[in-house]
Design a protein around this ligand. Structure first.
Ligand code: MIG
Length: 754
């Protein structure tokens, strides 16, 4: 093995937006992207083009630094980077000189053949959160992870890697916070003190540069804001996609799909979305329909529309090797597929049999792929589910030498799924014009939030999968992915009725609320569980629909500052050890004032930890004191959910789908608190991009604890709210304070609660 440890600085040069430092082993480059974001790149191939799949921002120009014999110092308003010259080591400090993160003096950055690794000092009390879709505990200290997008079917709650790669973590120590985004799509490794005597943490990759963005903002929320500034934020999703979604692998025919949709309406169970999994296709050929089972796609989608259902169809990257199949013929003729090193098209087996794989790293291939979606959009499909894009092939082991254009799979595998999804998004967005497409993907890399929701792949029908799945959702939220879901009920196996009830009730508070199941499992639609259970499931789904004004506003927040809808308690409470306690680590804040405690279906009493402050049980308004654990009832029809004192939660009447407007009343629930609180309420048409041109309705709602006043500021934007009446519903104020009803318009509204 050839090893090189980064040595002494030989030369320092200033350029417009960066400085370079030369050493024998590598060229170091440093840029400032924002006051709290400094990028460091250590490269052995300085002439290679500098590209990123994730980052959408440019560095600031006019970089400033100071230099003496021993170090180079870059100072911004928010962060100081001190680079020692002999040897070259990078250490970051707060403006007042507290150490945030320092290179290990011995190993620093080094190369082990092609592999590049950075060892950093581990602080005694340091905790680590992040990396997105990773099993394990909330606090990742003491563990090791690999990023290598994998079709992890049959995974356990310990399997690593899974489907997605997010080489971004947040470190917490000494009451300080920092983030580190290692922007490298090669197979990468993160070791949070698993192997180095609690002295070092390290991360690295099998190839590419030591290329990282150091985020020095204080507070986890601020780091997420900066990270999503750098890599982008989600758009407003189509409103219908945050309603209830019903899926199965597969509803085998148009009649079956329609029958399922009809049942929802018969049983008065709200729903918006139904899926077609791979069996809608002709022999799994992408962009085709099976003309026996799905003889009239447009007829089907139209009938579904008439029932207020939207249709989502799956697409896989594998293109069947079959002459006469359009995508195959065109792809071959134009060299659009991944190849062996001699240029022959690479073949692997997936659903259709022998397949080629589009080179989604090429813009022309992306265009071609995207334009083919007319096969789905012409019949009226508006949602697109990108599966198997790790990419997956039977046997998994796609050779590292397979090439996508001039790049080897080893270098870009982790971005393949994201680039496929980008192609699907760009293409369908173009075809659909002003209409928002819904996008779902299984594989992802940093930045995927800009155009898609994700789900966590093939989980299992068990309590432990339900709980760890929530942790995945919460952890995805830390890396900018707000629109996330799990297969409710568990993909593999059959849930017990208790598990189905419990998981469904948790689904109310999962950003994407989708019931999905594997082929061969028992049917699990809401009516499959008997009248009594169906009533409970219906109630929960109704609650989801009542909460949509709150949830949609939460997505607005994600689109503006990157904060996720499902927020691990660690975002707000970095110094509270209980938050990291494995007993409470699955709990999360949904939106900004609802705390949800996931509980096994076998436990009807739950131990819940409520952080600092006062809390009310959602539903009963029973008051609880924070900063301590409580034993609370957790029957299957009442998941432990709490609202923070001062919580402002706008709700609406029960509707059967987001196509309905309901009774025109905005039900504004407010829980008494001792501090002022605010909520940004947001509404738009839910289906077009007119919101990007000012057609929205947005206002700040404030609660003033001392005076008991509630105000709704003058509404911004040109959209007319669907509500004409405001009903203020006080909680925890005592019997004397009654509900108030006023006209809901765009002007200032002031209500006195006392
Ligand atoms: O090899 O399309 O994770 O959700 O139902 C399995 C069939 C392929 C895997 C996805 C799952 C989907 C299934 N797919």
């Amino acid at each position: 093995m050839q090893t090189q440890v980064l040595g002494n600085a030989q030369q320092v040069n200033q350029h417009n937006d960066h400085i370079t430092i030369q050493t024998t082993q590598a060229t170091a480059k440093i840029w400032v992207y924002a006051p709290a974001i400094i990028r460091v790149n250590l490269t052995q191939t300085p002439d290679k083009p500098d590209t990123s799949f994730a980052v959408i921002q440019q560095p600031e120009s006019g970089i400033q630094f100071s230099e003496d014999d021993s170090e180079i110092v870059i100072t911004t308003d928010a962060l100081t980077l001190r680079v020692s010259k002999a040897p070259l080591r990078f250490s970051f400090y707060t403006p007042d000189g507290q150490a945030l993160s320092e290179d290990d003096a011995r190993f620093g950055v080094n190369w082990q053949n092609e592999r590049v690794v950075n060892y950093r000092k581990l602080y005694a009390d340091e905790k680590f959160i992040g990396l997105g879709e990773k099993t394990g505990d909330l606090n990742r200290r003491g563990t090791h992870y690999v990023n290598w997008n994998t079709d992890a079917s049959k995974h356990t709650i310990h399997t690593d890697p899974l489907y997605k790669t997010f080489p971004f973590f947040i470190g917490l120590h000494s009451g300080l916070t920092y983030g580190l985004f290692f922007d490298n799509t090669n197979k990468s490794y993160f070791d949070f003190g698993a192997t180095t005597d609690d002295e070092m943490s390290w991360f690295g990759a099998d190839g590419g540069d030591m290329n990282y963005y150091f985020l020095g903002a204080q507070g986890v929320a601020n780091i997420i804001k900066d990270y999503t500034w750098l890599t982008g934020r989600m758009e407003m999703p189509p409103l219908w996609s945050i309603g209830y979604q019903q899926c199965r692998y597969s509803y085998m025919s148009a009649d079956e799909v329609l029958g399922i949709a009809e049942k929802f309406r018969e049983h008065n169970i709200p729903a918006d979305v139904i899926y077609c999994d791979i069996d809608y296709m002709d022999n799994y050929k992408i962009f085709t329909w099976n003309d026996e089972a799905f003889p009239d796609p447009k007829g089907l989608v139209d009938k579904l529309k008439a029932l207020d259902f939207r249709t989502v169809c799956i697409v896989d990257p594998g293109i069947k090797v079959e002459e006469g199949y359009k995508q195959y013929d065109e792809g071959v003729a134009k060299n659009y597929f991944a190849t062996y090193t001699n240029g022959d098209n690479y073949v692997a087996n997936v659903w259709p049999g022998r397949c080629h794989f589009p080179n989604f790293f090429d813009d022309e291939v992306k265009e071609w792929w995207g334009a083919a979606f007319t096969a789905l959009t012409e019949p009226g499909v508006e949602g697109f589910w990108n599966d198997m894009n790790e990419p997956a092939a039977w046997g998994q082991n796609i050779p590292y030498l397979v090439k996508f254009g001039d790049r080897y799979m080893a270098e870009v595998r982790n971005a393949y799924g994201m680039e496929m999804t980008k192609a699907t998004y760009n293409g369908t967005r173009k075809i659909l014009g002003n209409k928002r497409p819904f996008m779902l993907t299984r594989a992802a890399y940093c930045g995927t939030q800009r155009f898609s929701a994700v789900w966590t792949g093939d989980n299992t029908a068990s309590d432990e999968h339900m709980l760890y799945g929530q942790r995945l959702v919460n952890s995805l939220g830390l890396v900018g992915m707000s629109f996330t879901g799990v297969d409710i009920g568990g993909y593999t196996g059959n849930p017990t009725p208790e598990l189905m009830l419990r998981w469904n009730s948790l689904g109310v508070y999962i950003p994407m609320y989708r019931n999905h199941a594997e082929i061969g499992t028992a049917m699990r639609e809401p009516w499959e569980w008997g009248e009594e259970n169906m009533a409970i499931i219906r109630k929960d789904i109704e609650l989801r629909y009542q909460l949509l004004p709150y949830i949609y506003s939460g997505f607005y927040e994600s689109s503006q500052n990157g904060l996720p809808l499902s927020r691990t308690l660690a975002i707000e409470h970095i110094q509270d050890e209980n938050v990291f306690d494995v007993r409470y680590q699955n709990q999360f804040i949904f939106g900004n004032s609802i705390l949800v405690a996931p509980v096994e279906s076998t436990k009807l009493i739950a131990e819940v930890y409520l952080p600092e402050g006062e809390w009310y049980r959602f539903g009963s308004d029973k008051a609880y004191e924070g900063g301590m654990a409580h034993s609370v009832p957790a029957p299957l029809n009442d998941l432990p959910v709490f609202v923070k004192a001062g919580g402002i939660v706008p709700m609406q009447s029960v509707i059967q789908s987001t196509n309905e407007t309901g009774d025109g009343i905005l039900y504004l629930h407010i829980w008494k608190g001792s501090e002022d609180s605010t909520f940004v309420y947001y509404e738009d048409d839910g289906v077009t991009y007119d919101n990007e041109r000012g057609v929205f309705h947005k206002r700040e709602i404030s609660y003033y604890a001392e005076t008991g006043k509630v105000t709704l500021a003058v509404a911004e934007g040109s959209y007319t709210s669907k509500f004409n009446t405001l009903k203020l519903i006080p909680h925890g104020f005592g019997k004397a304070v009654k509900e108030k009803e006023v006209t809901y318009g765009i002007g200032l509204i002031e209500i006195d609660l006392k």
